[in-house]
Design a protein around this ligand. Structure first.
Ligand code: GLA
Length: 737
């Protein structure tokens, strides 16, 4: 068989049979056109220089495996073929990537290959956050598939990044028929693989205990990881990884998948009877139906596929690199983030101007750079049961408004921040009196309340316009530098009385598109404002929000020991600089635990440092210690926020946690070690460093020197005798001659 090939830098196309090979020096992804124009998947993994059709699916006789009538044969069937984007209702009995209902009631849809285009760089996705790239940083292949019986086109987009083992995918379906059809599922990607010796790693959790790392062997059957909450949620992050059974932090193969979406999501991982694995991610199809008028398209969110052949840490670093350089669009993405004082746990709703000024002044003495006025500054908000929606300053608490506080911060060269919860409404509010119909609810029916509040329907333009207006007014008048955008409950009774009965399946996704629209307008209008996303802590910590807001409040749980797991899990894909981490008072409000200030400082210094306590209540020795923590953090901030992050010891597996940050030139590093529970007659636990230059000599805490190879092979004993529970140690490494 003759083969011709056209080669662009990252995407190679060969004919006879038509095959697409996306590759860079780190990764290869191969698929091609099979019999009957079916798009089949061949390979995804380490980079190969040339692909010679080795992975074409063998012709094997299978029983109960229907084949296309035209080529009636028993050795080619969609039921077993690894496909690029499986349809529904035909011979493939596994999970479909797309389900569409047609006017005649049929839900059968199967696409065949039509054509392709290749473009330099990466086109944006209309209305959705997505990764971006310059023309010389990536190439995008768009494959057009057609469903001639059903008059649909399906466009599969694949972007490969030049310098990262990353491929992003998305799908768009277009209706060419004369009548509307209803899209009931559209995965962002589907990926089939014959490999089956895999573990599934996922990040699940709950409020105040987000992103637990859970690993289990993949077995035959279907595993669903999802959120039906209208938000990515505390309980299941839109991320998972398939890793080889022996993968560790630093060895073995890992495939990481993440969805750039902040609403209800679903990942399906299926192992069929032949032990072939299919993985799909996309908008959750529960309660989802999208009408597609003739000539209209529906675009899926984007999914990110990361490959690593050096374990989980390298997978994480690729996600961090991608998110920092190709997703977080804020001008602050690469800027050092200010150290903040947040008054929430210090005052809750009870404060006045004088008290806040004292807190600001005392914070300033400590070296803090920014003051966050959290919940309670607006309407008549003395408790969580009122005023959400009334974004007007509470003159009882702050008779002179916000400006004097903002001016005071600015006079001290500090930034001033306000908390908003724009997506919510309290029944006790002026907004509710004026617009009770803006609530997400089924009119006249019972509804669910949470934290005494309801969700505003951001799918409606008038709601978004109101919020943009009100927030703009406050931003301008209070001269804000930063906004904390909170969201403290999930959707229920998802319904919009302004839509028809048959459009109700669109409400949840319309909301998310509305949210993105509002964020786009707000961040465009105020590019100098740094935004932090929050949802009862880390309940919407996802790549969609990171696109607009380059940092997130990681968790409401500020207990240093609980935070070890939360920050460890979060770092699986989210960059350190995106993680808000605060020192709070003890006993901790969430766990009642007493931990040393030193450990609280180090855990919070492993992210974006802040303090969430009343500085006026600190004892003198604590003040001195906090001052030193802040001084230390400022000196190491760049390294911590933008260095390479390595997880060294896993709190989900041991009673210890360790991680380190290494500068790009490997001349400086900081390692932190946390002893969770101490033991009598404790075994010796070594701390083995990674990521250093083996031939470089380093000074360690200015106390002794060792070569990188010694530190990475032999390691050190991190703690001395009788270290108590929750003790910690820090090691500063500096290259010396
Ligand atoms: C949420 C946030 C907290 C705080 C409160 C205020 O729980 O996660 O940080 O802002 O709301 O109500």
């Amino acid at each position: 068989m003759t083969q011709t090939s056209t080669k662009s830098e990252l995407i190679e196309v060969s004919s006879n049979p038509l095959t697409f090979h996306l590759h860079n020096s780190q990764v290869s992804y191969v698929f091609g056109v099979e019999d009957e124009n079916v798009l089949a998947h061949h390979y995804y993994g380490n980079s190969v220089d040339h692909y010679s059709n080795l992975r074409r699916y063998p012709r094997l006789m299978r029983h109960f495996a229907p084949s296309p009538e035209e080529i009636e044969t028993r050795d080619f069937s969609l039921s077993t073929l690894p496909q690029e984007f499986p349809g529904a209702g035909g011979a493939d009995y596994r999970e479909p990537g797309i389900v569409v209902e047609f006017p005649n009631g049929s839900r059968t849809v199967n696409f065949t290959y039509d054509s392709y285009t290749i473009t330099d760089g990466k086109p944006q996705l209309a209305g959705l956050p997505a990764t971006f790239a310059q023309k010389d940083e990536a190439q995008t292949l768009t494959v057009k598939l057609v469903e001639n019986d059903a008059h649909l086109e399906l466009y599969l987009s694949y972007t490969i990044f030049r310098d990262l083992p990353v491929i992003t995918r998305s799908a768009r379906v277009k209706n060419l028929g004369q009548q509307p059809v209803q899209v009931q599922r559209l995965a962002s990607f589907s990926l089939d693989s014959p490999d089956n010796e895999l573990n599934l790693l996922q990040l699940n959790g709950r409020y105040a205990q987000e992103r637990n790392v859970t690993v289990e062997p993949l077995n035959t059957g279907i595993k669903i990881l999802d959120s039906k909450r209208g938000a990515s949620g505390h309980t299941q992050n839109p991320f998972c990884a398939l890793i080889d059974r022996h993968a560790t932090e630093f060895s073995g193969e890992a495939f990481g998948f993440c969805l750039i979406y902040s609403g209800s999501h679903k990942s399906i991982i299926q192992m069929d009877g032949y032990n072939q694995v299919r993985i799909q991610m996309g908008i959750n199809d529960q309660n989802f139906e999208w009408w597609l008028e003739p000539q209209k398209s529906f675009q899926s969110p984007e999914a990110v596929l990361v490959h690593s052949d050096q374990g989980l840490n390298s997978m994480s670093q690729s996600f961090h690199d991608l998110f920092l350089n190709h997703l977080m669009k804020s001008k602050y993405s690469h800027q050092a983030r200010p150290i903040l004082l947040n008054n929430w746990e210090a005052t809750y709703f009870n404060f006045d101007e004088k008290q806040l000024q004292d807190i600001i002044s005392s914070s300033h003495d400590l070296g803090i750079e920014m003051f966050v006025l959290d919940d309670g500054w607006f309407g008549e908000r003395d408790a969580p049961d009122s005023s959400l929606g009334d974004w007007v300053v509470d003159r009882k608490k702050l008779p002179n408004g916000l400006k004097p506080l903002s001016d005071y911060c600015h006079s001290l060269d500090m930034k001033f921040v306000l908390w908003f919860e724009p997506e919510m409404i309290s029944v006790k509010s002026k907004l509710y009196e004026d617009h009770p119909d803006w609530v997400l609810e089924i009119p006249g029916q019972r509804r669910s309340i949470d934290r005494s509040q309801f969700v505003l329907n951001l799918g409606r333009a008038e709601v978004r316009d109101y919020l943009l207006d009100r927030m703009s007014y406050i931003i301008d008048h209070a001269d804000l530098d930063y906004i904390k955008w909170d969201m403290n409950r999930n959707m229920t009774e998802v319904y919009d009385a302004k839509l028809s009965a048959s459009e109700q399946g669109e409400v949840s996704h319309r909301y998310i598109l509305g949210l993105y629209n509002l964020l786009e307008r707000l961040t465009d209008k105020y590019p100098d404002i740094l935004f932090e996303s929050c949802s009862g802590g880390g309940g919407r910590y996802d790549a969609g929000m990171l696109y607009y807001m380059p940092q997130t409040w990681t968790s409401d749980n500020t207990d240093a020991i609980a935070r070890l797991k939360i920050q460890y899990g979060t770092s699986l894909l989210y960059p350190v600089v995106s993680m808000g981490a605060h020192v709070s008072a003890v006993p901790n409000e969430q766990t009642g635990r007493m931990t040393p200030l030193r450990t609280r400082g180090l855990v919070a210094s492993s992210g974006n440092l802040g303090y969430e306590l009343n500085p006026l209540n600190l004892l003198e020795n604590e003040r001195q210690e906090v001052k030193l923590q802040i001084k230390w953090y400022k000196a190491h901030r760049h390294l911590i926020q933008f260095g390479k992050f390595y997880r060294l010891q896993n709190p989900f597996e041991t009673m210890r946690t360790a991680w380190m940050f290494v500068s790009d030139d490997k001349k400086a590093a900081v390692a932190m070690y946390f002893n969770i529970f101490s033991e009598a007659s404790s075994p010796l636990h070594m701390l083995i460093f990674v990521g250093l230059d083996p031939s470089q000599k380093y000074s360690i805490n200015g106390e002794y020197t060792a070569y990188g190879s010694e530190l990475m092979q032999i390691g050190i004993y991190p703690l001395t005798q009788n270290d108590g529970d929750f003790d910690s140690a820090v090691f500063e490494l500096k290259a010396v001659e």
